[in-house]
Design a protein around this ligand. Structure first.
Ligand code: APR
Length: 266
C-alpha cells in the first residue's frame, strides 16, 4: 500500500472523505473534508426554510434565467403577463400546461424530504411548482402562487387543478380562468406576504436555499429574520454575499440539507 492509500484508509476511519482527481500524481485520491457541523433541530422551535428556483432546479425543474432558462426560450411579454393573457388566453394557458407537464416529470429530492420530515418547519417559497407539497410539507407559503391553481380574473373564484392539462379554463361566471401565479407586472398577494413576514419575523432559525435574493421581497427576508433574532443560514453553490447570514454553506440543497441536519440520504 502506498503512503497516500495508507493515509486515506486512516482518513476514512476518522472523518469525511471526497474523491478528487489529482492531475499531479495521475490518479484519484481521497482527501479529508471536515465533517459538517450539524444543526440540532431540537434547539429551535420555529424553523423557516426560504426557497427559490435553485431548490427545484436540482430536481430538474427548469430555471428562469441564465443558460437553459425559460425566459431565454419564451418571451415574458408573450407568455407571462396579464396583457399576454388578455391578447391570447389559449396560448398562455398552453404554455403553462407545458410547464406543468415538465414539473410532473420531476421528483422532489432529499433536501425537500428533509424539510418535509420536520414537523415544526414552515416553508416560504418563491417557487410555483408544488415540489415541497409533493415531498410532504404541509405548511407552505407560496409567494408567487401555484401552477396547480386557477383564478377567475372577474369574480376571483379559485380552483385547484393538479393534472397536466387544465380540467377547464372557464369560470362558471363565463370569464377565463388564469393560472393563479404572480406574473410580471402583477401585485403580490398582500395576505400571503403578511403570512410570510409573520413566519419569518417569528422564526428562530432561518434557512435560505437556492435563491439569489435579488427579487423583492426575497431580498429583505434575511435581514428581517436577522433583526428578529433568528440564526440565519444560506445554502447555495453560489452564495449571495448577503451579510445577514450567520453561516453560509456552499453547496447543493439535496446534498447539504441531509448533512446539515444529520440525516441519511435516501
Ligand atoms: N442548491 C441550492 N441553490 C442552487 C442550486 C442547488 N442545487 N442550484 C442553483 N442554486 C442557486 C443559484 O446559485 C442561484 O443563486 O439558486 C439561485 C437561483 O436564483 P434565481 O434564478 O434568481 O431564482 P430565485 O431567487 O428563486 O428568483 C426569484 O424570480 O423570475 C422570478 O418568479 C421567479 O421565483 C422566481 C424569482
Amino acid at each position: 500500500m502506498s503512503d497516500i492509500e495508507d493515509h486515506c484508509t486512516m482518513l476514512k476511519k476518522i472523518g469525511k472523505i471526497a474523491k478528487l482527481p489529482v492531475a499531479a500524481i495521475g490518479k484519484s485520491v481521497t482527501l479529508l473534508l471536515h465533517p459538517m457541523k450539524t444543526i440540532e433541530q431540537r434547539d429551535f422551535s420555529n424553523i423557516v426554510f426560504f426557497t427559490g428556483a435553485g431548490m427545484s432546479a436540482e430536481s430538474g425543474v427548469p430555471i428562469y434565467r441564465g443558460k437553459g432558462g425559460i425566459w431565454g426560450s419564451y418571451s415574458i411579454e408573450e407568455y407571462a403577463c396579464q396583457e399576454a393573457f388578455e391578447r391570447n388566453p389559449e396560448k398562455v394557458l398552453a404554455f403553462h400546461e407545458k410547464r406543468r407537464s415538465s414539473v410532473l416529470d420531476c421528483t422532489p429530492h432529499d433536501g425537500h424530504r428533509v424539510i418535509a420530515d420536520m414537523s415544526c418547519a414552515r416553508v416560504v417559497t418563491q417557487n410555483i411548482d408544488g415540489m415541497h407539497q409533493r415531498a410532504g410539507s404541509k405548511e407552505v407559503i407560496e409567494l408567487h402562487g401555484s401552477l396547480w391553481r386557477l383564478r377567475c380574473q372577474s369574480c376571483g373564484f379559485r380552483k385547484e387543478d393538479f393534472g397536466e392539462k387544465f380540467e377547464t379554463n372557464r369560470c362558471d361566471c363565463g370569464d377565463w380562468l388564469r393560472p393563479d401565479i404572480v406574473w410580471f407586472g402583477d401585485m403580490l398577494d398582500a395576505v400571503v406576504m403578511s403570512k410570510a413576514s409573520q413566519a419569518i419575523g417569528n422564526c428562530d432559525l432561518f434557512i435560505s436555499i437556492g435563491t439569489s435574493g435579488t427579487v423583492w421581497p426575497a431580498a429583505r427576508y434575511p435581514d428581517l429574520a436577522k433583526k428578529s433574532g433568528a440564526y440565519c443560514i444560506e445554502i447555495n453553490p453560489e452564495p449571495s454575499g448577503d451579510i445577514a447570514y450567520d453561516r453560509v454553506v456552499e453547496g447543493a440543497a439535496g446534498e447539504v440539507l441531509p448533512e446539515l441536519f444529520g440525516v441519511s440520504r435516501r
